[in-house]
Write a protein that binds this ligand. Structure first.
Ligand code: 13P
Length: 334
């Protein structure tokens, strides 16, 4: 696969005024989200929920790509149209989460490493045939007493780089996601320092593995105080810290950066993205790849009437997509 094709896909993922819909929760994670709002966890409900999301009318006006999970990319609408086809027909690039989640990192108490490299080449080949044009791998970095360790950061960066190399070999754009968790009592400065070292390590590993950055997308967490901290940061403070950190660590050749929401409430995720874009221009488009901040209101509505609230839930998805797309251009207002 040529670098030009990868670069074109990457650019399409961060096209002006569009962002990514992350609906790649593993069945276990989706079961937890369903349980929170009282939806019975079954294959039928998972399928129906994903159908609701991806058949939202006009979704393609604001959404450039959607990240699916292994089960989801094999599912179809009630009428038998494969989900990847539905997305492509709406002008939305199908993507696929390919990591297999985290495991405790031996020798590093309290830390995790993301697994899933074994057999990845063959899985990517199959996902490409099923319609995927980009992939996602999420590394998880925790902040706490004496963590993260250099060992954990390097092990996760190495895995991200090996994954990215396999993706590019198989014609998929790698979305590399080193998520620094919000959990913890740390202040915003600590979050900044951890993000800085994590991103430096990641781009060093990508360089070592000869990754074509022009065919790569970064999925980043924002620099925020820990969710259990007394530290309060304004919208502008979060935006400025995140921008400063990214500008110090991320090469300008990257086609774009998208953010995860990471447990921020819906409006905060939108406001932070909007503030960053108002402070532009920046070396790269800054957009969104939100999971919870795109879906939580819709899931709640759907849970109240699985048969009757589909249209209402879709209206909510569209309004979150529209708000975040405006924020991706610094044009959102409350
Ligand atoms: P959240 O926006 O809910 O953090 O999910 C995005 C995602 O894909 C995390 O991997």
């Amino acid at each position: 696969m040529s670098i030009e094709t990868l670069a074109e896909t990457a650019q399409a993922m961060v096209a002006a005024g569009k962002g990514i819909l992350a609906i790649d929760e593993s069945s276990a994670t989706l079961a937890r989200r369903f349980a929170d709002v009282g939806i019975p966890n079954s294959e039928a409900n998972r399928r129906a929920y994903r159908e609701l999301l991806i058949t939202t009318p006009q979704l393609g006006e604001h959404i450039s790509g959607a990240i699916l999970y292994d089960e989801t990319i094999r599912q179809s609408t009630r009428d038998g149209v494969p989900f990847a086809r539905v997305l492509a027909d709406s002008g939305i690039l199908p993507g696929i989460k390919v990591d297999k989640g985290t495991q405790p990192l031996a020798g590093c108490p309290g830390e995790v490493v993301t697994e899933g490299l074994d057999g990845l080449r063959a899985r990517l080949e199959e996902y490409y045939k099923l319609g995927a044009r980009f992939a996602k791998w999420r590394a998880v970095i925790r902040i706490g007493d004496d963590i993260p360790s250099g060992t954990c950061i390097d092990a996760n960066s190495h895995a991200l780089a090996r994954y990215a190399a396999l993706c590019q070999e198989q014609g998929l754009v790698p979305m590399v996601e080193p998520e620094v968790l919000m959990d913890g009592e740390h202040d915003i400065e600590t979050s900044y320092e951890v993000h800085e070292v994590v991103l430096r390590s990641l781009f060093d590993a990508l360089y070592q593995h000869s990754i074509a950055l022009e065919g790569t997308i970064l999925k980043a967490s924002m620099v925020v105080p820990g969710s259990g901290s007394d530290d309060v940061a304004s919208i502008d403070e979060v935006a400025e810290s995140t921008l400063m950190c990214l500008k110090s660590t991320v090469p300008a050749i990257l086609p774009g950066i998208v953010f995860l929401s990471g447990g921020q409430d819906d409006e905060a995720a939108t406001a932070h993205l909007d503030a960053m874009n108002r402070m532009g221009p920046h070396p790269w488009p800054l957009s969104f790849s939100y999971g919870r901040a795109m879906q939580s209101a819709a899931m709640k509505l759907w849970s109240q009437d699985l048969a009757g609230n589909i249209g209402k839930a879709q209206d909510t998805v569209l309004s979150r997509a529209r708000a975040n797309a405006l924020a991706a251009q610094g044009q959102w207002s409350r």
